[in-house]
Design a protein around this ligand. Structure first.
Ligand code: DQA
Length: 145
């Protein structure tokens, strides 16, 4: 099984970006942990981060037929981008949406996700650990289907 891990805008800055909110774990740390968990689960993991919405869309389009599923933290695009949801639908890639913070306990503009209606599952508020739970949950869902 192959899983793509996608991160959106500003998540390359994890570690130093608003650490009181997002913690001090870097994206490289998260990706390294996911590769370890992937090895444990017998799953190939590929990790990318893009700041641009178009770059993320191109990445998702390119996943068609190449991966079994995706784990995505689309950052602020989660709240605005119908285009990202459409890209997953077009590519026919099942995905799990993850956020470090509990977006439902934050500003009103963060309490709606454009991705969620297309997601197999959504996790938020577990900090960096949420990526691991999201990966485990996604693999479990895919293996059950
Ligand atoms: C985030 C939440 C978003 O609202 C924000 O724009 C981010 C990070 C999270 O992981 O908590 O960039 O997706």
């Amino acid at each position: 099984m192959k899983i793509a891990v996608l991160n959106g805008p500003n998540l390359n800055l994890l570690g130093t970006r608003e650490p009181a909110l997002y913690g001090t774990t870097t994206l490289a740390d998260i990706d390294a942990r996911l590769r370890v968990v992937g090895a444990e689960l017998g799953v190939d993991i590929s990790c990318v981060q893009h700041n641009g919405e178009g770059e993320l869309i191109a990445e998702i389009q390119g996943l068609r037929g190449r991966v079994d599923g995706a784990l995505i933290n689309a950052g602020a695009y989660s709240h605005t981008s119908l285009a990202l949801r459409d890209a997953f639908a077009a590519a026919e890639v099942p995905f799990v949406e993850v956020h470090l913070t509990n977006v439902y306990a934050r500003e009103p503009e963060r309490r709606h996700s454009m991705l969620a209606p297309g997601a197999r599952a959504v996790l938020c508020g577990f900090g960096a650990d949420g990526y691991e739970w999201g990966l485990r949950g996604l693999v479990s869902l895919l293996r059950a289907s």
